[in-house]
Design a protein around this ligand. Sequence first.
Ligand SMILES: Nc1nc2c(ncn2[C@@H]2O[C@H](COP(=O)(O)OP(=O)(O)O)[C@@H](O)[C@H]2O)c(=O)[nH]1
Ligand SMILES: [Mg+2]
Ligand SMILES: [Zn+2]
Length: 286
Amino acid sequence: MKKIGRVVKNISNCYTVDIDGKRFDCIPRGKFRKDKVSPVVGDEVVIDVLDKTIEEIKPRRNYLNRPVVSNVDMALIVTSVKKPDLSLTLLDKLISIVIMQKIEPVICFSKLDLLEKKEIKEIKLLKKYYESIGIKVVVNKNKGRIKRILKNKVVVITGQTGAGKSTLLNQLDPSLNLETKPISEALNRGVHTTRHVELYQIGSFYMVDTPGFSALDFKGITVDDLKSSFKEFGKYQCEFSDCTHQKEKGCKVIQGVNKGDIKRTRYENYLRFLGEVYESNSKLYK
Ligand SMILES: Nc1nc2c(ncn2[C@@H]2O[C@H](COP(=O)(O)OP(=O)(O)O)[C@@H](O)[C@H]2O)c(=O)[nH]1
Ligand SMILES: [Mg+2]
Ligand SMILES: [Zn+2]
């Protein structure tokens, strides 16, 4: 008997498939190995319920490398403002990468309780800027709003080790009981507290708790992909349509930065990522 379900967990060659709340531990058919494709967490698959085999993988809407997961609607980017320190470069990189994967980014600031009043003001300005370019921003204390935003979505949670991802998931669903660690311990041991990829059902949404991203690259990404992931650049018509917004004459993006309409850290991160795109493309053709 064949049925369609979703892969919610993977440990080596065993895939747990959820069908309406029932779980089946399945092994992929040999043909997948022959074709060098394997199912991943998030995949919609056809399984043979009696044989406990995965027969077919449905086309993926998107696919992430770290963690390996597919068909994701939203990415909750947990960003601590202290311990570890706020990194706008990591935040902007995660935003760009998830947008390029056709996933909606949602910024979740954590550890605001560790800030002075003046510093909180800066975070509020930051929040305002990201919201002005169409990105939802929440704080980790506001569980009700987070639940409303994530309702009915498949969500990936990401951010640095120690940012508070597992803590947040435990608060959203105490039955999860995920391991959490103070940052110093996590770093000293040099291990991530999360060991395998798994989709957890939390009320009406699915979520992946993942190891902190350590290396993110722009392999296979074009300059155009990168440009359009910086949503706020979209409304500026530069003199040349292939403008890379570096030093070109008549670049309206640079004018926008100088006028203060585009946040300078965003522009600087764009230039940094552009360099990385060029570098990874040149490696590709060597
Ligand atoms: N002060 C403060 N600490 C937090 C907050 N959220 C998480 N933590 C702490 O940060 C540490 C790392 O949290 P954890 O959830 O393991 O981070 P993960 O690596 O992103 O999963 C733990 O000691 C948590 O108790 C927060 O909002 N404020
Ligand atoms: Mg964790
Ligand atoms: Zn330009």
